[in-house]
Ligand binder design. Sequence first.
Ligand code: PEP
Ligand code: MG
Length: 607
Amino acid sequence: MKTETSRTRKAKLPEVAVPGIPVSHGVAIGLVYDTTEPPSEVTRRTIGQNDVDGEKQKLAGAVAFSRKQIGKLKTRIGILPEEAQEEIEPLLDAHLMMLGNSRLIRGARKRIEAELLGAETAVLEESEEIQATILAAKDDDKAGLARRAAEVRDIARRLIRNLTATPFRSFKDLPEGCILVAEELTPADAALLDPSRVAGVATEEGGTDGHTAIMLRALGIPAVLGAHGLTEATKRGDQAVLDGTAGVVSISPTTATLNAAKERLAAFAKERAKLSKLRRLPAETTDGELVELQANMEIPQELPLIAQAGAMGIGLLRTEFLFMNREDLPDEEAQVEAYTQIVEAMEGQPVTIRVLDWGGEKDMEALAEGVAPVHAGSNPALGLRGLRMLLKRSELLEVQFAAVLRVAAASGDGHVRLLLPMVTIPEEVRQAREVYDRVARRLRRRGEKLPEKLPPLGVMIETPGAALAADAIALEADFFAIGTNDLAMYTLAVDRSEVDVSHLYDPLHPAVLRLVQFATEAALRLRMPVSVCGEMAGNPRLTPLLLGLGLRTFSMNASALPRVKQAVRGLDIGDCARFARRVMEQSDPARIRELVAGFAEGITERA
Ligand code: PEP
Ligand code: MG
């Protein structure tokens, strides 16, 4: 949504610092590459007479959604300097008007009816005609005409993007070293990023522990999400400094900002080199307690990072990547191939494969509207998510179980485990196990040599219900993996990826910590393996608290692992236990944060 006017404004404003949520450490200096461009090409699509109503509805839906997006942008530009606000606000109003009963919308509707065009084709062709008419007008104010034509082009692009719901696949052509700027990046978009080309990512939407943030951390790309006003404050080619630790994007930085960023970059490189020396050292506390540090994995591209980090296996393999950015479903063979590649790369280290956690923000085309549509309900986070969906569509679960069982049998070392997401009651685990046993029987009939004892079937503890019923669920499960991301979201009723409530998202809220403690103790009483695989596990400041609660296995994004190992190697379990007792007596999250910070300073001094 850039115009000539915003370009001129930039010349007057040497540096604009846009704050946001720091979600992935590091500093990036580069040129902005925005993704407000349309999908690279719109294939001309014609429709049949019977499709006219459907296409008109699609257009109406995209118009409503685009209005919502712009309305949201409007509420957020308050963060920009006043001068910029004065310029942007009328622009957004003009866009809103064009999404009303404008020539563009009326014309597109007419083209659907009269020319039998698909909605996106109708919008594109109508907008091109309007732009041509504007530019051909007899008016001396050529800059004004160009601006009006650009407004029509921009709003048409927004509509087309929303109509085609295309992830920004132009990602593969990103200029090397760019800072990618977008209103929003879905987890599926993030999965397409190449960390060797993208220096940093900044978006208007998003929260700390949403899947996009998790993906960016996994890829080691410095990132700031929830940066209100960002897309309006930048244009492609602007120089920018992105600070993923402090949570600021500085556009057209001053020399002082640039120099400071260069120093930070050098410091990061030095720290990385220091941490890499820990790779071969054990994660052992000062009093000799061994801690298992594993990696979470979202996409296979992470395998080299996981190896470099010295992880003791994969504690959470999110299999959603197999279902993203495609319109069909991966069959058993495709899944066997994908899991085999990962299990073999881990060379006998444990690999915990979680079955598909579809739903909530992890929306995938093939399931949302494609070959096997599932209706997640009006509140997807509370609807058919995770295991709930898989039990309803057990053919999906069967394929995944079969693929994992075959890979486990072929690897023959007993290190593959299966994990069930979004469990709330023991009955769900019992039902999943019935499917598991049935699949195993079928495979044996087919001649597969499965071991007598099937790979362990574990349960994610990520809802308050599961945490409080952990003692009952433990009787059905072979192990627990505590998912603190969803546990915090569901306990506090705060969407983990929603920027407007991100200030309330707090895994250190005593309610969340008490649930973690309750579930951990339920597992430990039965001597059942328990790990934490939510983002808390990768925060070295929280390592003492989690160790003090009795946890000894943590799974995290690979780039966080060296810092957590460094923390473990400076800790004494007795100190951690005393510290955890103090924390658990507190009822105020702010006080808990203070205690955590205080203890962490102590560690830094000791190290
Ligand atoms: C969690 O909820 O903490 C978790 C690890 O699962 P995900 O982030 O994939 O929802
Ligand atoms: Mg989860």
